[in-house]
Design a binder for this molecule. Structure first.
Ligand SMILES: Nc1ncnc2c1ncn2[C@@H]1O[C@H](COP(=O)(O)OP(=O)(O)OP(=O)(O)O)[C@@H](O)[C@H]1O
Ligand SMILES: O=P(O)(O)OC[C@H]1O[C@](O)(CO)[C@@H](O)[C@@H]1O
Length: 553
């Protein structure tokens, strides 16, 4: 009995002891884990503190050692207080990164000097150099470089484009795709070529570069099987206008595009197009993130209309302006040589922005009347363009007119028809102006000999000139640098004459942009043509909304 009692006591004691042990172990584990977490947190906070301290010290040191310029007056009414960086999305924050050091690869023919295929050339590659200029995280270009006394004291800034020290993607694993969408533009082939070359030659990617044919529909249309872009294939394409891949409007199907990206294991997608194309590119980027695809989507802004906001100029624009000079010269010759009262009209592209018309007018300096969508067309009366033309013809015997295709909505009305992308179709302003001029002269007892030239697609199908070719090369290389570093949902461009990466949502929010009718460009145009200015006066006390915009257009 006593033994039984003893053993019961022992069991109870043992149970109690075990329970106490479990509780103690749990408590100790909890304590240790909490302590461990706390110490980890402290270490993290300490590291962060040290980093911030170091940055502050470095900034203070930089401030101390910063020399004031040897000349210049210190002014006290212009400030830059805060800089707000437009950061592009970074795949390294959401996906495991390959974190490969960035070596510049250089094609160097050592083994096969006569190698003709891409494979032979690849086999003879040697790494002979590294970048000597790598861009750091917060290196930026100020957006708002025009500062006015006692006005804005903050500025946005753009991420500086260029090669980064570490790559998010392991080049050996990269497959890329390139697509061109929307209207044609000089330089498209240059960009396709340079992206392909940068991927293969600067980064020595191990995968393929697919050329998507015929715009967005090329991702899914069985008639438009993608083409594999090789160095051999792209070698001479920049000498021709247009796009070797083909382009189109409409045909955007997000799910099918994402399926293509998945099936072909694409990790970098390069989308070349205007504001519509960029809206599509951003949806592809969002779709990739939603589906968990580690894919960099990079835009390269393309439009001869020059209507993508923030960038100094879109590629191909200068070539188009140059091509338009031929038509303007012809119009002048026709006007001068055809009596009586010769008038030459040239219609140029520009759906909602008159940049091509305005810049072509300024470049030629032979134009007497320039009509753009941003400035109301007034036919008759004190500020009318028809009496102005008659005056010019009386003074010099002839007149030259440049008209943008989107001008004159106020006299012609807005069309309700749209194209496959939803862009409105435009009424025939060129023909309307020809008829109006003839009727006006007739009404005043005169005959006008009007010659109408519509160079139309010839202006945008020329190969890129030297300046545009150089620009295309810079855009393409920087798009590849950005994608390799792991940025996505971004576009590249020249802003304030420096190459930058721009977040697509910011880019499309205010695109298509139009010319500032109260800006310097229009002032220069009317200074040359001497036409009456029909831009309405600003109401008393109102500020022109375009007055503070970063780009000086
Ligand atoms: N909001 C959008 N979402 C998805 N795709 C779009 C969107 N807007 C346009 N797209 C697609 O982008 C492509 C090009 O658009 P669009 O024809 O308007 O030319 P763009 O890129 O603006 O260039 P351009 O200056 O030549 O007009 C088309 O395939 C169109 O379907
Ligand atoms: O006839 P398409 O090819 O649709 O293109 C015409 C439009 O494309 C643009 O050139 C822009 O790319 C506009 O200036 C013009 O209105």
């Amino acid at each position: 009995m006593t033994t039984a009692l003893h053993s019961k006591d022992t069991t109870t004691a043992l149970v109690a002891f075990s329970a106490a042990l479990v509780t103690a172990t749990a408590a100790t584990t909890y304590l240790l884990t909490t302590r461990y977490e706390q110490s980890k947190e402290r270490a993290r906070a300490w590291k962060q503190y040290q980093r911030e301290k170091l940055l502050k010290e470095k900034t203070a040191e930089a401030r101390k050692t910063m020399k004031e310029p040897s000349s210049g007056t210190l002014i006290d009414d212009v400030f830059i207080d805060k800089v707000f960086l437009w950061e592009c999305q970074d795949l390294r924050k959401s996906f495991a990164s390959a974190n490969v050091a960035n070596h510049m690869h250089f094609q160097y023919e050592t083994i096969h000097p006569l190698a003709s295929t891409a494979l032979q050339r690849k086999n003879s590659t040697e790494i002979i150099t590294q970048y000597n200029k790598l861009i750091t995280d917060h290196e930026c270009i100020l957006g708002d470089i025009v500062r006015k006394p006692n006005k804005q004291t903050n500025t946005v800034a753009y991420m500086r484009a260029g090669p980064r020290r570490y790559l998010h993607f392991d080049p050996a694993q990269v497959n890329a795709a390139i697509v061109t969408c929307g209207g044609l533009c000089p330089g498209l082939n240059n960009v396709i070529r340079e992206i392909t070359k940068s991927l293969y030659q600067l980064y020595a990617i191990g995968g393929k570069v697919y050329g998507i044919r015929g715009g967005y529909r090329g991702f899914w249309d069985p008639e438009l099987e993608p083409v594999e872009l090789t160095l051999d294939l792209v070698e001479n394409i920049h000498h021709g206008g247009g796009t070797v891949l083909g382009s189109s409007r409409g045909g955007f199907d997000l799910d099918k595009i994402l399926d293509f990206v998945r099936d072909r294991k694409i990790s970098q997608l390069f989308v070349i197009g205007g504001d519509g194309t960029h809206r599509g590119a951003f949806r592809i980027h969002e779709g990739c993130i939603e589906r968990g695809y580690n894919v960099a989507v990079a835009g390269i802004p393309k439009t001869i209309d020059n209507d993508v906001d923030y960038i100094d100029q879109s590629f191909g624009f200068q070539s188009a302006v140059e091509a338009a000079q031929v038509a303007i010269r012809s119009a002048k010759t026709e006007a001068v040589c055809n009596l009586p009262n010769g008038i030459g009209i040239v219609k140029l592209m520009g759906r909602s922005a008159g940049f091509i018309a305005a810049h072509s007018t300024m470049a030629s300096s032979d134009v007497d009347l320039c009509l753009v969508p941003e400035v109301p067309v007034v036919l008759d009366g004190e500020t009318g363009c028809l009496p102005h033309l008659m005056r010019r013809v009386k003074q010099q015997g002839y007149a030259v007119v440049v008209v943008a295709e989107g001008a004159g909505e106020e006299v012609l009305g807005t069309s309700t028809e749209v194209d496959a992308s939803g862009n409105k179709k435009l009424p025939a302003i060129g023909e309307f102006m020809k008829k109006s001029i003839e009727e006006y002269f007739k009404k005043h007892g005169e005959t006008a000999t009007v010659k109408y030239i519509d160079p139309s697609y010839t202006v945008r199908t020329v190969p890129a000139n030297a300046a545009d070719s150089l620009y295309c090369m810079q855009l393409a290389q920087n798009a590849v640098h950005g994608a390799m570093a792991g940025y996505t949902g971004f576009s590249v461009g020249l802003c304030n004459n420096r190459m930058v990466l721009l977040p697509i949502p910011e880019l499309v929010a205010t695109s298509p942009r139009s010319m500032n009718a109260r800006g310097r460009t229009w002032e220069r145009v009317i200074g040359l043509t001497r036409q009456p200015n029909t831009v309405p006066e600003l109401e008393e006390g109102k500020v022109d909304p375009k007055d503070n915009q970063p780009t000086p257009h």
